[in-house]
Design a protein around this ligand. Sequence first.
Ligand SMILES: NC(=O)c1ccc[n+]([C@@H]2O[C@H](COP(=O)([O-])OP(=O)(O)OC[C@H]3O[C@@H](n4cnc5c(N)ncnc54)[C@H](O)[C@@H]3O)[C@@H](O)[C@H]2O)c1
Length: 387
Amino acid sequence: MSDKRIIRFGVIGCGLMGKEFASAAARWCHLTDIDFAPKIIAVCDANPTATAWFTDNVPSVEAVYNDYKGLLANPDVEAIYCAVPHNLHAQIYIDIIQSGKHLLGEKPFGIDQEANRDIMKALEENPQVIVRCSSEFPFYPGAQQLIEWVRDQKFGKIIEVEAGFWHSSDLDPTKVINWKRRIATNGEYGCMGDLGMHVLHLPLRFGWKPRSVRALLSQIVHERPDGKGNIVPCETWDNAILACEVEQGDNQFPMVLSTKRIAPGHANTWFIRIIGTELSAEFTTKNPKQISYLPYKPGGVQAWHIADAPYKSVYSTITGGIFEFGFSDSILQMWAAFCDELVHRESPLRPSFYCATPEEAAHSHVLFTAALASNRTGETISIDWRN
Ligand SMILES: NC(=O)c1ccc[n+]([C@@H]2O[C@H](COP(=O)([O-])OP(=O)(O)OC[C@H]3O[C@@H](n4cnc5c(N)ncnc54)[C@H](O)[C@@H]3O)[C@@H](O)[C@H]2O)c1
């Protein structure tokens, strides 16, 4: 489609994830059949080296700020991507929302539940802005296949669900500490705040809100080098296993959610496995091309099938169906979904799957806060979703 509607973006936080957006925007020609495109015209970071990468690599950047309030005052910017440490989410997200600019904000949408409630209040007072929470993994074609099967109720009675996000670079005790391993900047949630929204996006979208949680949180590496010759405390939870009980209609099932920074052998594995009486299925980014499934009819054979998932994305692309889909493709798809909602609002071009909502992020805070209480008390915590 020619004459695309250009969405003028500002980026606040030009680190790892800020650059991923720049890269996705730079290869927008990858997408077909859409009538919108992002253009990054302004960037802000407290660290000048981070903004320098943008001025060196993104020709559309017209304005550079070291204070985000300057960027928010720029009337040419209509939407923001904000990817800053968690302790800054509440203040910056609230100021963005109150400035009337649309926002794709990084998870966990506030360092804790109180910060998240403040963000939600600002949103309630400014319903005209489109706000979504970053979460890209469900855009993998294999995950989309599972989503379709859940929607079509192919699983029968659900027996159990397991979903997780596993890393393992922290197995190396010589790895230098960063803001994600400090409570002041990452928050009490530890690995749950950092990785948990990725794990919860699909369960929450499917309506699988746990009615209780028993959490086991572990701290494995207690100190790390700070890169300046000192050994400093590493304060946050490394791994979290949440045993949840889900009730959906007359179906009750266990759901185990795990976020791990120390899962040996896993660089960046996101997975979901749904076990049901009529179908079981699993998708993991460990095998990004494959989907495993076991259809079952009474008396029939119980055999797992493993099939290559074709490159069939939510937003169509120039890539042929035989090729592989990867992390940067999932980021591109997430951005297409956000821009689609921003431009088409009530009737997006692809309504089949959209970005994580602020309500879903708020629900993740309800679960993580209950998980902290469970780990503290050693008890199963009931969750009242009405609060
Ligand atoms: N969606 C994903 O897959 C994914 C992956 C990693 C991180 N994240 C999230 O992205 C966010 C940022 O993480 P990251 O890995 O990009 O971190 P990062 O440390 O690479 O980047 C953060 C940037 O924020 C900048 N910054 C700090 N204070 C600032 C301020 N006051 N004003 C402007 N800029 C400031 C830092 O200088 C840094 O460049 C976090 O919320 C994190 O949870 C998401």
